[in-house]
Design a protein around this ligand. Structure first.
Ligand code: ADP
Length: 167
């Protein structure tokens, strides 16, 4: 597997699948989620609503992943996963691990060879970037997956530097 780091906007990535740091409602939000729905257009939200109606009446659980169209994005699919909110008193790292592992599992079911990840949970959900980078890189490296090209897309220079140091 080729693992690369990119500083930039995940909505611009030309990959088979981009991963969305979604919230469990699947109805959009801030950060990556907002950018993906804004640039991808209403088709993505329409499929998210269908998923809520059909399979995820109570929302997508934390650590799970599900795919929709990527609408107008250059990617083919968006894989939505719900990161854990960081807690100072409870270790939720297994849930962050699950986000990466489940997203790659969904990518395999789609036949996606290339996947772009954001730094899940490091925005609104407050996970320290260094620890999030460790979990992200370890999990992806250890995953049994047919995905051959994994790209971490870091929005700012500081996050990029942290991932680079960990890589
Ligand atoms: P979460 O709710 O899981 O914390 P956020 O979307 O708030 O998710 O943030 C996750 C990370 O994605 C943060 O480091 C944030 O800076 C970054 N980010 C925000 N917008 C984009 C974007 N368009 N492309 C890539 N990364 C982004």
């Amino acid at each position: 597997m080729k693992l690369t780091l990119v500083q930039g906007d995940i909505t611009e990535q030309r990959v088979d699948a981009v991963v969305n740091a979604a919230n469990s409602s699947l109805y959009g939000g801030g950060g990556v989620d907002g950018a993906i729905h804004r640039r991808g257009g209403p088709e993505i939200l329409a499929e998210c609503r269908e998923l809520r109606a059909a399979q995820y009446g109570r929302g997508l659980p934390t650590g799970h992943a599900v795919a929709t169209t990527a609408g107008r994005l250059p990617a083919r699919w968006v894989i939505h996963t719900v990161g854990p909110v960081h807690s100072a008193t409870e270790d939720r790292s297994h849930l962050l691990t699950a986000c990466y592992r489940e997203s790659l599992r969904v990518a395999d079911t789609l036949g996606a060879g290339s996947v772009a990840f954001p730094a899940i949970s490091t925005g609104i959900y407050g996970w320290p970037v260094d620890d999030a980078a460790r979990i992200a890189l370890e999990t992806v490296r250890q995953a049994a997956t047919d995905v051959t090209d994994v790209r971490f897309v870091l929005f700012d220079a500081a996050a990029y530097a942290v991932f680079e140091a960990r890589l």
